[in-house]
Design a protein around this ligand. Structure first.
Ligand SMILES: [Zn+2]
Length: 396
């Protein structure tokens, strides 16, 4: 099965659709839980399947450094290695490399960096990022891009955006060489491409990434250039890095207008539940974010009435579920008082139960969004969603 995308319903700029990958379908708009090391921290794959996660995100940077993409290829690819039969997207290395790696030098050829694990030196080129993800065999591979810190001036953003475009051209070239010389459907299981790279998923798709900081002009230029190269779909990168929310929405609104209607649009690394609803309204189809899982481990629960910080003393004898409107296992079974006790005691179950709830909240919000779009009532859903969130004051 090869990659495809079909918009089934539209409601103003919001779209509902189905993305087809080599490992099954993804209902969009979709949220991808983040499984950095091939696992979502605190929960099992079977929990994710029960929660209705169609697709998982894994981090190329981490898997490349440990246990290594060659080792994973020899196990038949990432799906086989981690025991997850559904779609997987691997990021490009870019964001992690720029946030984690030490002694990083960006040059035209690629990025030189030292591993945050053992200090070993690596050169990552756009071609090498393609090869690593071919070995991993994810269903969606991302091109290598350069992520700038916010704020950066146009004098920094322009050369970086232009380099990302040149890298995207090289990445596409490499991808087509690996996959199309033998016909994309001819791969099955473990096979070496003509370039000597073990390709573990012949149906892999490649997404381009639009950069350009917070400059609408540079974003438009980047979008047109990336679309000109021609990828299966397009992502918006380099946002949610500290810019004000209204600036992010403005950039998303402008960029989605430059992206083709018939391809999925992926907003990388975003965001809060409100960000998801607002970005769907602007035409975004795919999201990933560490917020629901990371914040769960820190004791913050996202609820239909705003965040609940379970460690607060006010919950010590609160017998209500975390979110009375939620139907997840955690909310059906446990009280805030018990969850606070688990958190205060440092029990592993605190992370697991909080993560189950937060992922359910995110995935269920997306389910409601998809239904609302299908019934042509996304605007009223959006208004009710924001109203419910603002009903109670922020939990300190
Ligand atoms: Zn819940």
């Amino acid at each position: 099965m090869s990659f495809g995308f079909r918009v089934t319903h539209t409601d103003a700029r919001a779209r509902r659709g189905v993305m087809t990958t080599a490992h099954g379908e993804v209902q969009t708009p979709a949220f991808m839980p983040v499984g950095t090391q091939g696992a979502v921290k605190g929960v099992l794959h079977k929990d994710l399947e029960q929660l209705g996660a169609d697709i998982l995100l894994s981090n190329t940077y981490h898997l490349y450094l440990r246990p290594g993409d060659d080792l994973i290829a020899r196990r038949g690819g990432l799906h086989a290695f981690i025991g997850w039969p559904r779609p997987i997207l691997t990021d490009s290395n870019g964001y992690q490399m720029f946030s984690l790696a030490a002694q990083r030098t960006v040059a035209e050829d690629g990025v030189q960096f030292r591993s945050h694990l053992d200090g070993s030196a690596h050169l990552l080129t756009p071609e090498k990022a393609v090869d690593i993800q071919a070995r991993l065999g994810s269903d969606i591979a991302m091109v290598l891009d350069e992520c700038l810190a916010h704020p950066s001036g146009d004098e920094l953003i322009r050369p970086s955006m232009e380099r990302t475009l040149r890298w995207a051209r090289r990445a596409r070239e490499r991808f087509l060489t690996l996959y199309e010389k033998r016909g994309r459907e001819s791969f099955s299981g473990r096979e070496s491409s003509s370039e000597g790279v073990i390709v573990t998923n012949g149906g892999q798709a490649q997404f381009g990434i639009v950069q350009g900081g917070v400059s609408p002009e540079l974003r438009e230029e980047s979008a047109r250039g990336t679309v000109g190269i021609g990828f299966e779909a397009y992502a918006i990168g380099g946002l949610s890095v500290g810019e004000p929310t209204d600036v992010m929405y403005k950039i998303v609104a402008g960029t989605t207008r430059c992206l083709p209607e018939d391809r999925p649009r992926y907003l990388m690394g975003t965001g809060t539940p409100q960000d998801l609803v607002e970005s769907v309204a602007l035409g975004i189809d795919l999201f990933d974010c560490v917020l629901p899982t990371r914040n769960a481990r820190n004791g913050q629960l996202f609820t239909s009435e705003g965040p609940v910080n379970i460690k607060n003393a006010r919950y010590a004898e609160d017998d209500r579920p975390p979110d009375p409107a939620c139907s997840c296992y955690t909310c059906r079974t446990f009280s805030r008082a018990y969850l606070r006790h688990l958190f205060q005691s440092g029990e592993i179950n605190a992370s697991t139960l909080n993560t189950l709830h937060n992922l359910h909240f995110y995935l269920d919000t997306l389910r409601q969004i998809r239904d609302a779009i299908a019934f042509g009532r996304f605007e009223s859903f959006r208004a009710a969603f924001h109203q419910s969130l603002s009903r109670r004051l922020h939990d300190p």
